[in-house]
Design a protein. Structure first.
Length: 255
């Protein structure tokens, strides 16, 4: 039995609130059970079967909330086979248990440490150049991207089951995350330069902004060539402090 599109849309809508009932014992289990409930109601005609299926999904579950969409779609894929007698009941649980850890790591690395900081840097640069509309645009873009990815992962999980792993691998999210981090670092440097430029006028301010932008570009190139992040960050702080002290002394001496 294949589910109707309206049922799938209902499940996907509910999965957006996966963490609304987060708890220490089962973590995202209540949110997952709430999301998959419309699918279980469509798959199991007998109330006892529906209750047994729902009880399966009340067990512990914890994953990145965006990547969990793939697991939710795949769980429905397996529940369809369970309802048709093609798989045993625990098949969906085995699927969830196998993927929740790896996909949590992929999601944390891409969304939390790359995509979201990148758009935060975009918003910062935009706010300094064009004002608040840029912040709104960055928020809209970020949410449009992650919702589209979630829907794509959900559909792939539902259509392919275990095959969604290959689809996720083809996205190369870790590699894309590395590039977004580098671009985000460059944008943060640009924001710092713009902030220095807006703080005052004259040669000192212009020179400070140029120095910050040049430092950001050099830092980006160093990171792109494999330089370690933490020592490079300490070096950047040291150079910035020395440059600020030197410019400050010159500014005060000139006044």
């Amino acid at each position: 039995m294949r589910l109707q599109r309206t049922t799938l849309l209902s499940v996907f809508w509910r999965c957006l609130f996966l963490q609304a009932a987060w708890n220490r014992r089962g973590m995202q289990n209540l949110g997952f059970a709430y999301a998959i409930e419309p699918a279980l109601e469509a798959l199991y005609a007998e109330e006892a079967d529906r209750e047994a299926a729902l009880a399966r999904h009340l067990k512990f579950f914890n994953c990145h909330p965006y990547m969990a969409a793939a697991i939710l779609g795949g769980a429905i894929h397996h529940e369809e086979k369970v309802a048709a007698g093609q798989e045993p009941g625990p098949a969906a649980l085995d699927y969830k248990a196998t993927l929740q850890g790896p996909l949590a790591a992929v999601g944390d690395g891409f969304f939390w440490t790359a995509l979201r900081p990148f758009f935060g840097a975009v918003a910062a640069v935009g706010a300094l150049t064009t004002g608040w509309p840029a912040v709104v645009a960055a928020l809209v873009a970020y949410n449009a991207i992650h919702v589209a990815l979630r829907w794509g992962l959900f559909r792939a999980g539902y259509e392919k089951g275990d095959g969604v792993v290959a689809d996720i691998a083809r996205l190369s999210l870790p590699r894309l995350a590395d590039r977004l981090r580098l671009l985000g670092a460059l944008l943060c440097g640009a924001a710092a330069g713009l902030l220095a430029l807006s703080a005052g006028a004259g040669p000192a301010a212009t020179g400070g902004a140029a120095a910050v932008l040049a430092g950001a570009a050099l830092g980006y190139l160093a990171l792109a060539r494999g330089a370690p992040l933490l020592p490079l960050a300490y070096l950047g702080v040291l150079v910035t402090a020395v440059a600020a002290a030197a410019l400050g002394g010159r500014w005060n001496g000139g006044s």
